[in-house]
Ligand binder design. Structure first.
Ligand code: GLY
Length: 395
């Protein structure tokens, strides 16, 4: 049962304005509306953004990195919520399926260096109490017969699943509409501020949307909104990822039965097979500013590495190439909750984990918006941690 919120009678604005209609903005708006908050969302093309490119791995365990143990807790908490979240979203969207698939992941090594890297990852996973099983090359190929004969070993992680981010975005859009979210199909160009408090935003079409609370959820664009005081501006930068989509013809199915991934020559490669025959291959990681060009080099590297891993991939039709921008922060963790400017909250900086963290982000932001309280597990991800670091460095 959600708490309902008392509003001043005759208030013409919204309780909440969400800036950005990617999956993070949509889930925030949906959950806020479910809590009884009058919610508006500004985006020229809601449902777009990085989710249109992302593969949708829910890879809390296989994408674990040294120094990111606090983030691991958040990632696992969100991964755990996915089954119920998928059900709830199907209900709220009139039956839309988000392609949540409990298929597990196999991370493999192709040479001695990869093997050493994977062994270290396994040791870290064990120290963190995570489930991951070391397999020989032969055992890996028994699970996934399309793997290259040279695979030297691997980690079987049965808890890292997948979802289809495009279907997730589509379902969230419908859920928002059905929950009464008011869509402004125009970009926010300026945050409006009065008496040191955020009061909403001015949009590209000239509309001014007034709101008691504003959530900046514009992915990698979040650091560029005019009107946000410098100390509240999120330190988010774009990190480009190129991704390919191939199709597995029915005669080749099942080509892969789970997500298969590896680190090849220092770069991440992953193959995510969907039930509908789509095979997503990602991803480059490039500090190229706002560039979203698909390059011959990017496509070549992905196909070369994917081919080393699964040679049969060259037989498949290549159906799409695309690049998107991950919103990265200085510590690779998201910014969730109140900023240093009263009335302005952040839901951005999800970097490699936007799809994974969608359920939890919606829950956290709705709690903050409805009660003013930041849930315990979100406290380490306060946007104020960077404002505090900036102040210390000038002290
Ligand atoms: N989490 C996958 C990626 O960022 O490429």
């Amino acid at each position: 049962m959600h708490a309902s919120v008392r509003r001043p009678p005759g208030n013409p604005g919204s309780d909440v304005l969400v800036i950005g209609g990617g999956i993070i903005g949509l889930v925030t708006a949906w959950r806020a509306a479910q809590r009884g908050l009058r919610t508006a969302l500004a985006d020229p093309a809601p449902g777009g953004g990085a989710a249109q490119v992302a593969a949708g791995m829910l890879a809390a365990v296989t994408e674990l990195h040294y120094g990111e143990e606090t983030l691991l807790g958040l990632n696992l908490a969100s991964a755990q919520r996915y089954p119920r979240f998928a059900e709830e979203l199907a209900e709220a969207s009139g039956g839309l399926d988000i392609g949540f698939r409990e298929c597990g992941t196999l991370a493999v090594a192709l040479d001695a260096d990869d093997r050493a890297h994977l062994r270290e990852l396994h040791a870290l996973q064990q120290r963190c109490g995570l489930e991951a099983q070391w397999l020989t090359g032969r055992e890996c190929r028994r699970l996934e017969p399309m793997l290259a004969p040279g695979v030297r070993g691997g980690l079987r992680v049965d808890g890292d699943h997948q979802v289809d981010p495009r279907r997730l975005a589509a379902a969230l859009l419908v859920a928002c509409e059905r929950a009464g979210v008011l869509f402004h199909r125009s970009a926010a160009v300026r945050l409006t501020v009065a008496a040191d408090r955020a009061t909403g935003a001015e949009l590209a079409d000239g509309t001014v949307v007034a709101a008691d609370q504003t959530v900046l959820a514009a992915g990698s664009l979040s650091g560029r909104l005019a009107g946000v005081p410098p100390e509240a501006l999120p330190p988010v930068r774009p990190v480009k990822g190129q991704v390919l989509r191939l199709t597995v013809p029915p005669a080749y199915a099942p080509f892969l039965s789970r997500t298969v991934r590896a680190v090849v020559r220092g770069g991440q490669i992953y193959l995510v097979p969907r039930e509908n025959g789509e095979l997503v291959v990602g991803a480059t990681s490039e500090e190229q500013g706002w560039d979203t060009t698909v390059t011959a080099g990017g496509v070549y590297e992905l196909l070369r590495d994917a081919h080393e891993l699964v040679p049969g991939i060259t037989e498949l039709p290549l159906t799409e190439t695309r690049a998107g921008l991950r919103p990265a922060t200085p510590d690779n963790a998201p910014l969730l909750g109140p900023s240093t400017l009263p009335g302005l909250h952040l839901a951005t900086g999800h970097y490699r984990n936007g799809v994974l963290l969608t359920p939890l982000t919606g829950e956290v932001l709705a709690e903050v918006l409805a009660t003013g309280e930041v849930p315990d597990l979100a406290r380490p991800f306060s946007p104020r941690r960077f404002a505090a670091a900036r102040e210390e460095s000038f002290a």
